[in-house]
Design a protein around this ligand. Structure first.
Ligand SMILES: NC(=O)c1ccc[n+]([C@@H]2O[C@H](COP(=O)([O-])OP(=O)(O)OC[C@H]3O[C@@H](n4cnc5c(N)ncnc54)[C@H](O)[C@@H]3O)[C@@H](O)[C@H]2O)c1
Length: 469
């Protein structure tokens, strides 16, 4: 982080220069205070060994919807200005706040539409402190050079643990015994109650959650089979099978951990339920579209399936509340809730304190890396580009971050501009219409930085430019 004196100088000189990290800002000619600030900045950077073209105190981060304290701590350590709200903001207030922040952190309630994002003049990146990113207009953000990050896998362990709990609960009819006793009925039975040791767990989708689950299940003495469209190395003594039918035929418990895609829609319907062992159990904590629930209801009624645990549904209530899980939401709900040995949970697979804390760390780290180094690895709407850190022992090295339209001729133009200097390393990638180039160039003097900025800024392909030094 820079010293307070440098921060002041940088603030005033950047105001005069109008050089900014925001997309589309045009720079004017250098001033002597800018030159002074630049030299102080460069010498301070050498000591600090961090790469920031701005005083970190200038960076404004708006955090909404009570994002985890771990994220606030990380941003505070960076020296950013953090404005934090426990809830989402009404649209007008959001527009007023988003105008001049450099990064915004949200969860699922804040909708960042094109209409709202067009007011964000300085926004560099968005952090979704959750799994989904549907609440953001990703394409529009990309066209404005705004990268979006999320945390898709921080809650894998939480889901895997819930599923293990459900395997045992279904095998012992735990949900039913608990409901009975809550209503005064003592029903001590062992009929059709089982240990899970020695039984076979069939995992459909052996990704982050499926593979965690595989390890936990083996620790309970279960045999594990898995089916995945990709060939994946087994953990422990699990075995990959080549067809879904084989997995269904051989498993006592079938658990689903696939994404929602066209291929996985109603992946488990009447024919698949028929292919399962008699008295087998089905668990779905993936996405609500994966199971055809009316067919499942029939299979349970006929005794083909001995029980099911569902955490996700085709339609889910927008908010918590009594009476919201009803037939208006999905027409079969009253039938489903009346079935024995069916555990229903309100999409809580990933909802633990640990997962929230891990999400805070992961997203805040991604945003900080993007702000400080231009590293976009993990961005969901943007080319993923990274270069290893700059060696600040090298004199006058500058990192160029150039977000541009993905059209022919850009590299030639950009490299022509950079060619007066030594290009130490360079990486470029594209995603759809957007491309992103990072280059580290050495032996750049003060005037050189300004000149590079001005010339890149004039290129017709430019979406946004940042120079880090
Ligand atoms: N219940 C919750 O709260 C909760 C929390 C986190 C994730 N999820 C959901 O769990 C699911 C799995 O998450 P993950 O993090 O393990 O995902 P992942 O991407 O790590 O793994 C998914 C696996 O499914 C495989 N796959 C994709 N299509 C397939 C198909 N047609 N047939 C077989 N395999 C297929 C992929 O190859 C991959 O190995 C996702 O749908 C996710 O949205 C739910």
């Amino acid at each position: 982080m820079t010293s307070p004196r440098v921060i002041d100088n940088m603030q005033s000189s950047f105001k005069q220069m109008n050089v900014s990290s925001s997309p589309g800002v045009v720079s004017t000619s250098p001033t002597s205070s800018f030159m002074n600030a630049m030299s102080q900045r460069l010498s301070a950077a050498k000591q600090a060994k961090t790469l920031k073209p701005f005083s970190t105190g200038d960076m404004k981060i708006l955090l909404l919807e009570n994002v985890n304290q771990t994220a606030i701590d990380i941003f505070n350590e960076q020296g950013y200005q953090v404005e934090f709200y426990k809830s989402s903001l009404p649209e007008e207030e959001l527009i007023a706040k988003i105008r001049d922040v450099h990064a915004i952190g949200i969860r699922s309630k804040t909708k960042l539409t094109a209409e709202i994002l067009k007011h964000a003049k300085n926004l560099v990146c968005i952090g979704c402190f959750c799994i989904g990113t549907n609440q953001v207009d990703l394409d529009y953000a990309a066209t404005r050079g705004i990268s979006v990050f999320n945390s898709p896998f921080s809650n894998s362990r939480s889901v895997a643990e819930l599923v293990i709990a459900e395997v045992i609960s279904l095998a012992r009819q735990l949900g039913d015994r608990s409901i009975e006793l809550h209503t005064g009925t003592w029903n001590k039975v062992s009929h059709r109650c089982w240990e899970v040791r020695g039984k076979t767990l069939g995992i459909v989708g052996y990704g982050h959650i499926g593979s965690q689950l595989s390890v936990l299940a083996e620790a309970f003495g279960m045999h594990v089979l898995y089916y995945d469209i990709v060939t994946i190395m087994a953990l422990g003594t699990a075995k990959q099978v080549s067809t879904l039918d084989e997995l269904l035929n051989r498993s006592d418990f079938v658990t689903l951990h696939v994404p929602a895609t066209e291929e996985t829609e109603n992946m488990i319907s009447a024919p698949q339920l028929a292919a399962m062992k008699d008295g087998a159990y089905l668990i779905n904590a993936s996405r609500g579209t994966v199971v055809d629930i009316p067919s499942l209801i029939q299979a349970i009624k006929f005794g083909k399936i001995a029980g099911a645990a569902l955490d996700v549904y085709p339609n889910e209530p927008a908010k918590n509340g009594s009476g919201v899980f009803n037939d208006e939401l999905n027409p079969w709900i009253s039938e489903l809730v009346s079935l024995p040995n069916v555990i229903l949970t309100p999409h809580i697979g990933g909802s633990t304190e640990e997962a929230q804390s891990a999400i805070g760390v992961e997203v805040a780290a991604s945003l900080s890396k993007y702000i400080n180094e231009g590293n976009s690895v993990g961005a969901v709407n943007f080319p993923e580009v990274s270069l290893r850190s700059l060696d600040l022992d090298q004199e006058n090295t500058v990192r160029v971050l150039y977000i541009h339209h993905n059209v022919p001729g850009v590299l030639k133009t950009v490299n022509n501009i950079l060619s007066d200097h030594n290009i130490e390393k360079q990486f470029s990638d594209s995603r759809g219409n957007i491309a992103y180039l990072i280059a580290d160039i050495s032996d750049v003097n003060m005037g050189g930085i300004k000149d590079i900025y001005d010339r890149l800024n004039e290129t017709q392909y430019k979406i946004s430019i940042r120079l880090l030094y």
